[in-house]
Design a protein around this ligand. Structure first.
Ligand code: DQA
Length: 146
């Protein structure tokens, strides 16, 4: 059984309660369950870690090296500012999917740059909670033995 690591950055623990007009009413737990169900459908397990602290997320990326086949990451606001997370992702060799509930490109200017984007395989953004399922589907597509 291969492991996919799902990482959630700052403030995502407040999903379901936080700015619901933008992020919707699903909780983080519900989003994680959608991702997990998709992973399990192809016999993979999904591990989830949420933190409001940059260093914890950097260490979680390190911990996935040579252990997990892929990382799906919604880095929250760290997407736009964390060079440390960008470097950690650059040093990880598996499939990497950047994930956002909203579409940051259509929002405030400061959200329109992702410093992690150059180091990921691809991005899923703007599809709300369904993005959690779509991101895992993208991982499975990339890792399927052809
Ligand atoms: C987010 C978008 C980010 O700009 C924001 O800081 C978040 C959530 C999203 O899922 O849409 O915390 O990553």
């Amino acid at each position: 059984m291969a492991t996919i690591l799902l990482l959630s950055g700052p403030n995502l623990n407040l999903l379901g309660d936080r700015e619901t007009a933008i992020y919707g009413t699903a909780t983080l737990e519900e989003c994680v369950e959608m991702a997990r169900t998709q992973a399990l459908s192809q016999g993979n397990e999904l591990e989830h870690f949420q933190s409001n602290h940059e260093g914890d997320l950097v260490e979680a990326v390190h911990g996935a090296r040579n252990r997990c086949i892929a990382i799906v990451i919604n880095a929250g606001a760290l997407t736009h500012s964390s060079f440390a997370l960008a470097d950690a992702l650059a040093a990880y060799d598996g499939v990497k999917v950047e994930l956002h509930l909203s579409n940051p490109s259509s929002r405030e200017q400061w959200r329109q740059r992702s410093v992690i984007a150059p180091y990921v395989t691809g991005t899923v953004a703007g599809f709300g909670p369904a993005g959690y399922r779509l991101a895992v589907e993208a991982v499975l597509e990339c890792t399927a033995k052809k």
